[in-house]
Design a protein around this ligand. Structure first.
Ligand SMILES: O=C(O)CCC(=O)C(=O)O
Length: 297
């Protein structure tokens, strides 16, 4: 699936966009299912096991920020976990043995979709090695105006940054951290049906969507079969084997890597968006523009 140049780009930058992974029909079906989910959020008053809601959500005017564990709630989402073209991309990067973890559909709807503050996924789920990536399936064209995923190039080879405020995990990096050049971040733009792949240690975030175009991105967490979670198995070790999507189950491979644990846990639970409310100052605001960090309040 991937050219040598794409593999080099992934290794160099820590992320790639691969176009034309899904057909127009597949994208259409996913959009339809997603619209139905949003319609069913009418009447919902608080976050649920399925819905993470925008702060501006009301039962009459449903505004969904995320569909949690989307693969558990509809077969159209579930089939992407084993989509042959997605697995072929990952096998080009890692070899044959791949295990799924979980998924989430970040909605970022036109006009109000929430930003995601800078973070490294590794801060949430460190493993015995770092052959892990998030694959984002674009349901809409992802362009500069609608809050694309942005990656600080090469950051996947750097340190693991502090994601705590006053010693409590908040799932976000300090926007004033002088060791990170947030301004150098590159946008992962592309057409609907493309995928993004970003390395688990890559520093990334995204601005709010104040454009007229939705930016729905279904993110899947994958890892090599020999990357085992340092925080254990919430669903039990038996279920871990069931998460294999291709190749063979493997024993853990341990690498010498920088690690910080997401402990003590964030004050606000439920989603990354809620965790990040524990930050003292934010990088992204409700304006679509990337701006200078605000002073701490
Ligand atoms: O949706 C985005 O732009 C970023 C998502 C992300 O990094 C996450 O949900 O962990």
């Amino acid at each position: 699936m991937l050219s040598r140049t794409q593999i080099e780009q992934y290794n160099e930058i820590g992320a790639i966009v691969v176009p034309d992974i899904l057909t127009a029909d597949e994208v259409q079906r996913l959009r339809r299912v997603t619209d139905e989910f949003v319609e069913r959020a009418r009447g919902v008053t608080a976050h649920t096991d399925i819905y993470d809601l925008e702060d501006s959500h009301t039962p009459d005017n449903p505004r969904v920020r995320r569909i949690k564990a989307a693969h558990l709630h509809h077969p159209e989402y579930a089939r992407l976990v084993r989509h042959p073209r997605i697995l072929a991309v990952l096998q080009d990067l890692w070899g044959p043995d791949i295990r799924f973890d979980t998924a989430k559909l970040n909605m970022k709807c036109a006009g109000f979709g929430a930003p995601v503050e800078w973070h490294q996924d590794w801060a949430f789920y460190p493993h015995t090695n770092d052959d892990l990536a998030a694959v984002g399936v674009m349901f809409d064209d992802m362009e500069m105006a609608n809050g694309p995923l942005m990656i600080v190039p090469g950051s996947h080879r750097g340190p693991i940054h502090d994601h705590h405020t006053d010693g409590i995990f908040c799932g976000a990096m300090d926007p004033a951290n002088p060791d990170v050049d947030y301004g150098s971040a590159i946008p992962l733009t592309g057409k609907a049906g493309s995928i993004t792949v970003h390395h688990v240690r890559a520093v990334h975030g995204s601005a709010p969507n104040v454009s007229d175009n939705d930016r729905r991105l279904l993110l899947f967490q994958f890892r090599t079969a020999d990357a085992w979670p340092l925080l254990g198995f919430p669903a039990g070790i038996e279920k871990f084997k069931d998460l294999m999507v291709c190749g063979q189950h493997r024993e853990p491979r341990l690498e010498h890597l920088p690690v910080r644990l997401p402990l003590p846990p964030a004050t606000l639970q439920g989603s990354l968006y809620e965790n990040q409310k524990g930050m003292k100052s934010r990088y992204f605001t409700v304006s679509a523009q990337v701006r200078e960090p605000e002073p701490a309040k």
